[in-house]
Design a protein around this ligand. Structure first.
Ligand code: F0G
Length: 350
């Protein structure tokens, strides 16, 4: 009988900052599907895999880091956790705090959080405060709050978050039986690309796998501070998850891309939405920010920057249901028909 997946901490305990004394707070996160994309493989001449993080308990990769951050917070006797968020970190923090019996407060940009994420955060019982301005200002306030008060910050500036998130790289290698040649990921606050590099390097240094991938990060054109080389004061993109103008892990992301032989590049909203449609057409419903990795793959492929035959992983970071509005706005309205088989058949052209 197949062993059931036991969650990130139990599966990778030796590689995480936990001990027998750590009270493990888990919702059995991780173990997400690595789905081969026939269509993208054919189009690019690469062997393309989509790492679908939408199947995590709260529907995004954040759960990988949150299980470690909240377990460690409990170990240290914390009573409350706080974060700033474009929505997914808050949904994850709220769920893991609820599980752990901790209070959770989140600061989100006013009007900047997709509906599904707000619903998740509220239903788990977190205090949600909407702040004026964007994510970057909210993160500054949250950091100040955590310095002055006895609350644990669970943004990706918390090292335990990055430790947990590196498990994605382990899983990719474990499933492929090797490291991919290229690993593509959307970039917002830049924690994820930093953590994936940590994970790949660790497996390589410990000789679990021989190779190490080139890491490519993709920002949205209207929210591309790293690509432009300066903070963006009013970041704008349809991909609200990565609407960030001054990423906390900026330098580490640049180092990860540089050391690995990759790059950090920008993709337009138009290309993000086209890629969003492409992924959905393969049966995987991912949120707009997630599609930045696939938009990036198509860009690298058409500009000849990716070798044919390369094994490529694109991370789909969050579930499409988190942002239903974008899906509805792009789709044709359902048509009203009478409850009559002949009328339905005529409508369908059968
Ligand atoms: N994709 C999704 C779906 C995200 O929610 C985020 C970040 C990213 C990509 C970028 O990851 O920040 O590590 O570079 N969301 C954060 C949040 C900012 O608050 O939920 P990153």
């Amino acid at each position: 009988m197949a062993m059931p997946w036991r969650g990130v901490i139990a599966e990778y305990r030796d590689r995480l900052p936990v001990s027998d004394a750590t009270p493990v707070v888990t919702l059995l996160e991780g173990g997400t599907p690595l789905v081969r994309s026939e269509a993208l493989s054919e189009e690019t001449g690469c062997d393309v895999y989509l790492k679908y993080e939408g199947t995590n308990p709260t529907g995004s990769f954040k759960d990988r880091g949150m299980t470690v951050a909240v377990s460690r917070a409990r170990e240290e006797g914390a009573k409350a956790v706080v974060c700033a968020s474009t929505g997914n970190t808050s949904a994850s923090a709220a769920a893991y705090a609820a599980r752990a019996g901790l209070t959770c407060a989140v600061l989100v940009p006013r009007g900047g959080v997709a509906l599904g994420k707000l619903a998740q955060t509220l239903v788990a019982g977190a205090r949600v405060l909407e702040v004026e301005g964007g994510f970057d200002g909210a993160l500054v306030v949250t950091r100040e709050l955590a310095e002055a008060h006895p609350v644990t910050l669970v943004n990706s500036v918390n090292p335990d978050r990055l430790e947990g998130q590196k498990s994605l790289a382990f899983e990719v290698c474990d499933v492929l039986g090797r490291a991919p040649d290229c690993h593509l990921v959307p970039v917002g606050n830049a924690g994820n690309i930093t953590s994936h590099w940590m994970g790949y390097r660790e497996y390589h240094d410990d000789e679990v796998v021989e190779g190490i991938p080139a890491l490519f990060g993709f920002q949205a054109e209207g929210a591309a501070p790293i690509v432009r080389g300066r903070p963006v004061e009013h970041p704008e993109t349809v991909a609200s998850a990565i609407r960030i103008g001054n990423p906390a892990s900026w330098e580490r992301a640049v180092a990860a891309a540089g050391e690995s032989g990759g790059d950090i590049l920008a993709v337009s909203d138009r290309d993000i939405l086209a890629a969003y449609g492409r992924v959905a057409a393969e049966g995987l419903f991912a949120e707009p920010a997630s599609a930045a990795s696939v938009a990036g793959l198509l860009f690298l492929s058409t500009s000849g920057r990716i070798r044919r035959g390369a094994t490529v992983v694109c991370v789909l970071t969050g579930h499409g249901l988190k942002d239903p509005q974008v899906a509805i706005d792009r789709a044709a309205r359902p048509r009203a028909v009478p409850a009559d088989a002949a009328a339905v058949a005529a409508e369908l052209g059968l």
